[in-house]
Ligand binder design. Sequence first.
Ligand code: HEC
Length: 123
Amino acid sequence: MTKYFLLTLAAVAFIACGKKPAADAAATATAAADPGKTLYHEKTCATCHGEEGHGDGAVGAALNPKPRNFTDAKWAQGDDLKSVIKTIENGVPGTGMAPFKSAMTPDEIKTVAEYVRKLGGKK
Ligand code: HEC
C-alpha cells in the first residue's frame, strides 16, 4: 500500500516538475525507479550506514561497533539476500542495529535488503 502511495507521490512530483529544467525531472524519475533508495533514506538507514553505505553516517559515528560499511568484503551476519533480510527484521543484538520488523512491511524489508546488497556490490 505504502509503495503505491509513494509511486503516486513520485508521479505527481514528476508531473509538478514539468516546468523545471529537464535535469530535475530526470533526477525525480531516477528516485522513483529505485524504491530501495527511498526506503534506505526514509527508514533512517543512511544516518548510520552513510549516504552510499560506507558506514559513515553522522549517527553511526558514535557507535561501537560501527555500522557496517556495505562495501566490506565480509559482513558479520552474512551478505546473501536471505541473511540480510533476517538481519534487518531482527537487528543485531548488542549493536546499534535495531530490528525493523515492526517498522517496515516484509516487501519493504526485501526491497531495502536488495538495495544495501547493491550498495555493497554483492551479486
Ligand atoms: C542507529 C544506527 C543504525 C541504523 C539506523 C541502521 N543500522 Fe544497520 N547496523 C548498525 C550497526 C551498528 C550494525 C552492526 C555492525 C556489526 O555487526 O559490526 C548494523 C548492521 C547492519 C547489517 C548487517 C551487516 C553485517 O555485517 O552482516 C545490515 C544488513 C544493516 N545493518 C542494514 C540496515 C538497514 C537496511 C537499515 C535501515 C532499515 C539499518 N541497517 C539501519 C547501525 C544501524
